[in-house]
Design a protein around this ligand. Structure first.
Ligand code: HEC
Length: 157
């Protein structure tokens, strides 16, 4: 009986240690196989939620979505690169977005000012569209108004 108990305790300790073991650096390994387009799809979803949350004055949710979007943007350079780039400087355009639009969006959220946020959102959308145009993906249009679906899907004439 006590032998079995000792065995069980040992097993539990082992499971505990295994659970505590530091995990291998998964993000890097994951993004090596992750396609650029899959990350973009997530950026699009986050950007839409960011806009909708701000329209609903759910500022904390908006800040969360922005932080998640930033993390996803940071993974782009390590992802499997898109087939069609139109020769665009993806790294430079990503950098432009993260260094100008993200701080502008962040400070508008912090101030909780809808008009300022809407303007920052429009500037960010212009950066998104600039890269989509440069990389031969002009058909992926990002709306400049917060609250709209991303990408644009309203019928064309
Ligand atoms: C540095 C260039 C660049 C920037 C900046 C950029 N994109 Fe993209 N985006 C791309 C490329 C390239 C694709 C096509 C990827 C592929 O080939 O699958 C794409 C695709 C997308 C897609 C379609 C994903 C799918 O598979 O359905 C969405 C949505 C999207 N981007 C949203 C955004 C939003 C929102 C922003 C700005 C916050 C943004 N993108 C900024 C380059 C960019």
């Amino acid at each position: 009986m006590s032998e079995r108990r000792g065995y069980l305790l040992g097993l539990m300790a082992l499971l505990f240690l295994l659970g505590c073991k530091e995990r291998p650096p998964q993000p890097a390994a994951q993004s090596a196989g992750t396609h650029y387009g899959a990350l973009m799809s997530e950026v699009g979803r986050r950007f839409e939620l960011l806009g909708r949350a701000a329209v609903a004055r759910r500022w904390d949710l908006a800040a969360f979505e922005l932080a998640e979007m930033e993390e996803t943007l940071e993974e782009l350079p390590r992802a499997k690169q898109p087939e069609k780039t139109g020769g665009a400087n993806l790294r430079g355009l990503e950098q432009a977005l993260t260094s100008t639009s993200l701080p502008e969006l962040k400070s508008a959220l912090k101030a909780r000012e809808p008009a300022r946020f809407a303007s920052a959102f429009g500037h960010a959308a212009a950066m998104c569209n600039g890269c989509h145009q440069a990389s031969e993906h002009a058909f992926i249009e990002i709306p400049s108004q917060p609250g709209a679906g991303v990408p644009k899907l309203d019928p064309l004439p």
